[in-house]
Design a protein around this ligand. Structure first.
Ligand SMILES: [Zn+2]
Ligand SMILES: [Zn+2]
Length: 330
């Protein structure tokens, strides 16, 4: 059963992987690689949680119904009756009680795959159940072959070497024929009895609905954890993008400031200028007096400073140190 569920999940993942759109490339490669990895991890986790959800036993599809088999046969004068929860109903079988004489396919091959397979049923028997070996063809095929010959129910026993392992068979399209799987050991026991011409009758009754608690709870826990971790990854991926947008904005502003600084007027002071006068101003950034041959930058507000002093100031603050005039706004 576990193998069946795993293979269904693998199919689902394969299909989803095929449908996964291709990622774009180029631009800021490192960032994209990181976010791509995060998105990929998130989508993987989301897919993981989806298939876990799909694999949870639900009310209709995945629940397993056991079958009680009441086996009766006569050895000498003794009538032996054995009751046990030895079978599992097929996934597409009606959940109904059915009873009858157990009948084998004729010939050495017990898999009932040939459409012409005959069953050695006693002439007067009204209700009979076909006992068929697993393998050679699909469960649907075997069940249909037996149903066409008039079987009221089909018991399929597992491969040799599987002990008493059973699982719910998949057999779509077999209508209202009751189909049950039993283990190989139990099947062989019945086979040998019938081969010795022992009259075996079986009453199949619906047993219990079975959901392995371990699977159910661990699957639920994993589903929750996978969903939580994928949300965390999505959150991290979003957080990783936000600082990058801010960085891009900062870079743009810096470029604009550089451009605006480049457009500001430059002047080289010379003897006789009022700025180099004894009573002249000093640069408010470095507090040095202006001297001839100093290169000064004149802002749009007409305040002037040493070029070497004001350029880094403007790059960092973009406002005049004296009047706070923003060089980008003027
Ligand atoms: Zn200065
Ligand atoms: Zn100013």
């Amino acid at each position: 059963m576990a193998n069946l569920i795993v293979s269904k999940q693998a199919d689902l993942l394969d299909r989803m992987a095929v449908n996964q759109p291709k990622q774009a490339s180029g631009g800021t490669r490192l960032f994209r690689m990181t976010s791509w990895k995060q998105s990929f991890a998130s989508s993987c986790l989301l897919r993981f949680s989806i298939f876990l959800l799909l694999s949870l036993p639900d009310a209709e599809g995945k629940a397993i119904w056991t079958a009680h088999l009441n086996i009766t046969f006569q050895v000498g004068n003794r009538v032996i009756s054995k009751l046990g929860e030895t079978g599992v109903f097929g996934n597409h079988s009606p959940l109904e009680k059915v009873a009858g004489v157990v009948v084998l396919p004729e010939g050495w091959n017990q898999n009932a795959c040939k459409p012409m397979t005959n069953f050695s049923r006693p002439a007067l028997t009204e209700s009979w159940l076909a006992l068929i070996e697993r393998g050679g063809c699909t469960f649907t095929h075997k069940i249909k072959v037996a149903a066409q010959k008039g079987a009221n129910g089909v018991i399929i026993y597992n491969y040799p070497g599987t002990g008493n392992k059973v699982f719910p068979m998949s057999h779509q399209g077999t209508g209202n024929v009751v189909a049950v799987m039993i283990g190989n050991l139990k099947g062989m026991e019945l086979f040998h009895l019938i081969q010795k011409r022992v009259h075996v009758t079986i009453v199949i009754e619906v047993g219990r609905r079975h959901i392995p608690w371990l699977n159910h709870h661990i699957m639920s826990l994993f589903t929750f954890m996978a969903a939580a971790v994928s949300c965390f990854f999505l959150y991290c991926a979003r957080r990783a993008r936000m600082p990058s947008a801010a960085t891009r904005r900062r870079r743009q502003i810096k470029a604009d400031v550089k451009k605006a600084i480049g457009k500001l007027e430059l002047r080289v002071l010379k003897e006789g200028d009022k700025e180099v006068d004894v009573n002249g101003d000093s640069c408010v950034v470095c507090f040095d007096m202006y001297k001839p041959k100093d290169t000064v930058r004149i802002l749009t507000c007409k305040h002037l400073f040493h070029k070497a002093c004001i350029d880094p100031w403007l790059l960092a603050r973009r406002t005049c140190p004296m009047c706070k005039c923003d060089i980008l706004k003027v």
